[in-house]
Design a protein around this ligand. Structure first.
Ligand code: ADP
Ligand code: MG
Length: 326
């Protein structure tokens, strides 16, 4: 449905985005994930028509839109800052675009009712933005975008300014909304947990380059690079005999040193530190053989009985070693 081919943006002599190629299916929820400065916003703004690509192309449903102005694209953007008009009511904010496009008044009413209900803003239509909570303002921003019935909705860190609990609620709402509307969502975040929760597919970006594309579970289980292995969830990365590989903290088997039998390929070390997060215990094991500390997770009944300073034997099954290319 949407095809990006070798899309690049160079500012002055600095590359912000380099050769990103991607095919997005109708109704898909795709997330661009990466640290601050990796080019996510630039990529999204190129799709919106707000930044002109230095090279490459964007094709929407068979039509080359690379050079089209923003208002001629069937794409709408929701920004990190809600950018609502402060002097307009919720209703007027939502209808602003339709009025500009001179959509008939009856059609405006109909669509307003629909999106107000979808975004759970019923009863708040006459309020001004400053009379709304952060979460409500963000819903208005989403309502304002979907009222235009775009084929694709572009969302640039729309929840970044909200506190954790509200962010989790709105994540769930956005996902439900996307499924109901069937609109393609292209979402940007630096938060890997948010990306894992929301997405059909994740595009992991680093330094303007696309490092890996895949379903959340795939990317988690089979990171293609050292960057992806350490950016998506917590991981142990090991370099041994010219080989680089990763082992997830929940795959590490751990026993007190005196216990027998020891785990497969066992090594020894000492628990240097522990962190109890409630649902899981994180143990930091200093290997006797030197090298970085190893992170180990224990859940459920297995969180009991560990103490710092304790000597342990540990290991993992060779099938849980994920070999990394770089
Ligand atoms: N208008 C601009 N002029 C020059 N450099 C820019 C401009 N916009 C972004 N950049 C640079 O491009 C890189 C990517 O920025 P951005 O796309 O905003 O990253 P992200 O959204 O992932 O944080 C950064 O190094 C940033 O400084
Ligand atoms: Mg950004």
């Amino acid at each position: 449905m949407l095809e990006l081919t070798k899309l690049s943006k160079i500012y002055d002599d600095q590359s912000a985005v380099t050769d990103v190629s991607l095919r997005i299916e109708p109704g898909e929820f795709v997330t661009m994930l990466g640290p601050s400065g990796c080019g996510k916003t630039t990529l999204l703004r190129m799709l919106a028509g707000l930044v002109q690509p230095s090279s490459g192309s964007i094709v929407l449903e068979g039509r080359d839109i690379t050079l089209l102005p923003p208002y001629k694209r069937d794409l709408n953007m929701v920004f990190q800052q809600y950018a609502l008009f402060p002097h307009l009511t919720v209703e007027d904010n939502i209808l602003f675009g339709l009025r500009m496009k001179k959509v008939p008044a009856e059609e405006q009413r109909k669509r307003l009712l629909q999106v107000v209900e979808l975004t759970r803003l019923t009863g708040l239509e006459r309020r001004k933005p400053h009379q709304l909570s952060g979460g409500q303002q963000q819903r208005v921003a989403v309502a304002r975008a979907i009222v235009n019935r775009p084929k694709v909705l572009l969302l640039d860190e729309p929840l970044a300014a909200l506190d954790l609990q509200l962010r989790k609620n709105l994540q769930h709402e956005l996902k439900q909304l996307q499924k109901r509307l069937g609109i393609t969502f292209i979402y940007v975040t630096h938060d890997q947990e948010e990306a894992m929760t929301l997405s059909d597919r994740i595009v992991v970006m680093n330094g303007g380059v696309c490092e890996q594309v895949g379903a959340p579970r795939d990317i988690y289980a089979h990171p293609a690079s050292l960057f992806v292995a350490s950016f998506i969830g917590e991981n142990n990365t090991l370099q041994e005999q010219g080989r680089t590989y990763a082992v997830r903290p929940d795959k590490v088997k751990l026993v007190p040193l005196r216990d027998k039998p020891h785990p497969e390929g066992h090594r020894t070390g000492m628990i240097e530190d522990m962190a109890d997060t409630g649902s899981l215990l994180k143990l930091y094991v200093r290997p006797d053989g030197g090298g970085p500390n190893l992170l180990v997770y224990r859940y459920g009944d297995e969180v009991q009985g560990w103490r710092t300073g304790q000597k342990v034997a540990y290991g993992w099954a060779s099938r849980d070693e994920v070999v990394l290319a770089r």
